[in-house]
Design a protein around this ligand. Structure first.
Ligand code: ADP
Length: 489
């Protein structure tokens, strides 16, 4: 039997999961990877908080599995833990229910509230497993919100049946770490003093870092691309944890994300205006482009080169570069359609450009899944000029929809987009390396040049992108190999 033929039990624990609650790529991964692992024969369940913002169609149909009181804080303060269940696409989801912690309309509020919330969530998730009498082989924790779980497992839960499980921590984004006053985290977590040393939770003089602690205590660290796994061990990308990660590098590896190719399928996607596949993409993309132009207020003209940008509007995403060169790339034949929310300065600047270049630039300052799908389907190219990008999903979605990515060579963007090579007529997109406006400008110009002057080659890139395997199948096999290695250690 090969490694990947052995079936395992795995619990995913994290702060968001599509379609219940999603603010970015983490939510996509928490949905699609368990689904694929179940398809490959494993028992995978997911635990997330039961936030008030989860749509009623799910909340109203959850099944109550039980409840108990759990002691949490160092003074023995106890809290209610309810367990709700919902099964979707073969995956069993448990929702940790507590109205005190999960009332807000958004999963993340302020760090002051988020620290107690995710201390509670981490301990409650493990306590729920004990309550359900389900001991998985692997406890797979995602990002800082689940950072205390590997520590709980080896301390307060060390004498429970759960101690036989191994823990894996995945870094989806190292920028957010859950840092707050050490005394505060000590109080809320109820964890013993010895885990608050410099080798584990402590940072600086008086702070604790929940991600750092989890990375120290887990059995394996993964991140979402090979390049990002290397990058985070350096000063520039390491977000002050590069030394910690270099120390733990023997247990660190990268596995590139996939996307859920059923949700993201232009042939069946109900959110796309005109469905298409690789055989008719060249014709039908024009129709989607025209309908997109109409919807977002751009001049309707299928000959324009439409560049999409779907992103959280933050510094990470390279938007200062975009802002600087936007007027220059508007040459009369190019249109830009932006979808995103985030920092006010970017929201305002894109609104300004929409106003200044009416019919040429469109800015939808909102979070809207349907519009996102329409932009993937109706654009010619998608811009992802990130300063850093652990994996990036938008370039994968884009390729699946025959939309050519223009990306900076960092993290997962570097690992998934092969630069177009004019001599060999190979590659999937257009790339640039250093974080400079001139290089972004140059990459866009190179893309335009092929689009306007060598359409045959452009169309071949489109078709190559649609054929590229961006599914979870291969990545899920790599996760299985990693789980088995950790279990057999
Ligand atoms: P990150 O997790 O850093 O935000 P990713 O590229 O990993 O970035 O994932 C972003 C995901 O969120 C993609 O599925 C993208 O389509 C989606 N997304 C981002 N912004 C919006 C928005 N404003 N409306 C709809 N979907 C969005």
């Amino acid at each position: 039997m090969t490694k990947t033929e052995q079936n395992k039990s795995i619990v995913f624990i994290g702060s968001e999961c599509y379609p219940f609650v999603k603010s970015g790529g983490l939510g996509d991964v928490m949905y699609a990877l368990p689904k694929e692992l179940v398809r490959q024969g494993n028992d995978v369940r997911v635990i997330i908080p039961n936030y008030k913002c989860i749509p009623a169609k799910y909340r109203d149909n959850m099944e109550f599995k039980g409840s108990f009181d759990m002691d949490l804080c160092s003074d023995g303060r106890t809290f209610y833990v309810g367990i709700m269940e919902y099964v979707l696409d073969g995956v069993c989801y448990y929702f940790i229910d507590n109205e005190e912690f999960f009332t807000a309309g958004n999963p993340y509020t302020t760090i002051v509230d988020d620290i107690p919330k995710y201390c509670y969530f981490g301990k409650a998730a493990l306590a729920a497993l004990l309550y359900l009498e389900w001991v998985p082989d692997i406890i797979h924790c995602h990002d800082w919100q689940a950072g205390l779980i590997p520590i709980y497992l080896r301390t307060l839960f060390a004498t429970t049946p759960l101690s036989s499980a191994k823990s894996v921590m995945t870094i989806h984004n190292l920028r957010f770490q859950g840092i707050y006053g050490l005394d505060h985290i000590k109080y809320w977590s109820g964890l013993p003093n010895h885990v608050f040393g410099n080798d584990c939770l402590k940072v600086g003089e008086n702070d604790a870092n929940m991600f750092k602690g989890g990375l120290a205590y887990c059995d394996m660290i993964t991140t979402v691309s090979n390049t990002y796994a290397e990058e985070i061990q350096t000063d520039f990308f390491g977000e002050n944890l590069d030394g910690h990660l270099r120390y733990h590098k023997e247990k660190l590896c990268g596995i590139v994300n996939g996307i859920d190719v059923e949700t993201w399928d232009p042939a069946t996607d109900p959110r796309v205006s005109v469905n298409y596949d690789v055989n008719n993409v060249i014709e039908l993309k024009k129709e989607n482009k025209r309908l997109l132009q109409e919807e977002v207020g751009l001049e309707q003209n299928e000959d324009k080169f439409v560049i999409g940008l779907i992103s959280r509007l933050t510094d990470q995403k390279g938007l200062d570069l975009v802002n600087e060169i936007l007027p220059q790339i508007l040459d009369g034949n190019t249109q830009v359609v932006v979808l995103g929310t985030g920092d006010t300065r970017y929201e305002d600047s894109f609104r300004y450009y929409e106003n200044a270049f009416q019919g040429i630039v469109s800015a939808s300052i909102m979070y809207d899944e349907t519009r996102a799908h329409k932009i993937y389907a109706g654009s010619d190219a998608l811009l992802v000029p990130s300063l850093f990008e652990p994996c990036g999903l938008t370039q994968l979605n884009a390729m699946r929809y025959g939309t050519v990515p223009i990306v900076r060579e960092t993290g997962g963007l570097k690992d998934t987009v092969e630069p177009y090579n004019v001599y060999e007529n190979s590659g999937n997109g257009f790339t640039f390396d250093r974080y400079e406006t001139a290089l972004l400008y140059d990459a866009i110009e190179r893309a335009k040049d092929v689009y306007f002057n060598n359409r045959e080659n452009w169309d071949e890139i489109v078709v190559r992108d649609m054929y590229k395997d961006v599914s979870w199948t291969n990545a899920a096999k790599q996760y299985m190999d990693m789980y088995i290695e950790v279990i057999e250690r």
